[in-house]
Write a protein that binds this ligand. Structure first.
Ligand code: DQA
Length: 153
């Protein structure tokens, strides 16, 4: 693997309220708990993590644009923007990085409006319904993918 491959884990709107928000759907962990477990897993996998959250679509777009030059991969939970944002999809297409879309809940078992994702069409992998473990599974995928690419070059 490329040593210390840099990974951006990006979280969309309302994910800052994890732990308080609909715990029956999203669980009891806070976003800080999720960050901590991601950091532990990233260290085991030899990945260097940047963990961020924004409630603003433009900030998410800018973070993705910047990732193009500075990151090896993106793990993104676009939250509600999953279902509305062509801008985030376009930014991910521009970034041209290995991308994993993560949802804590199984969006396909929920309301109809959550079934469509603008992001899935530009993501390499999609993880939904695995709870916050989904973030760690995404990092496993990134490590495997980065390792494979490194072995191939
Ligand atoms: C979510 C699912 C979205 O539909 C919702 O708007 C979120 C969180 C998830 O992680 O399950 O905010 O992305």
């Amino acid at each position: 693997m490329t040593d210390n491959a840099r990974v951006l884990v990006l979280n969309g709107p309302n994910l800052n309220t994890l732990g308080k928000r609909q715990p029956e759907i999203y669980g009891a962990e806070t976003l800080a708990d999720v960050e901590a477990r991601c950091r532990r897993r990233a260290e085991l996998l030899g990945l260097q993590l940047t963990f961020a959250q924004s409630n603003h679509e433009g900030e998410l777009v800018e973070a993705i644009q910047q990732a193009r030059e500075s990151m090896a991969a993106i793990v993104i939970n676009p939250a509600a923007y999953t279902h509305t944002s062509v801008a985030i999809r376009d930014a991910l297409e521009f970034a041209e990085l290995p991308t994993v879309e993560v949802h804590i809940s199984n969006i396909h078992r929920r309301e109809e409006f959550r079934h469509h994702s603008f992001v899935s069409g530009v993501a390499d992998a999609v993880i939904a319904g695995a709870g916050t473990l989904g973030y760690e599974l995404a990092l496993e995928w990134v490590a495997d993918r980065c390792g494979r690419v490194a072995r191939e070059v």
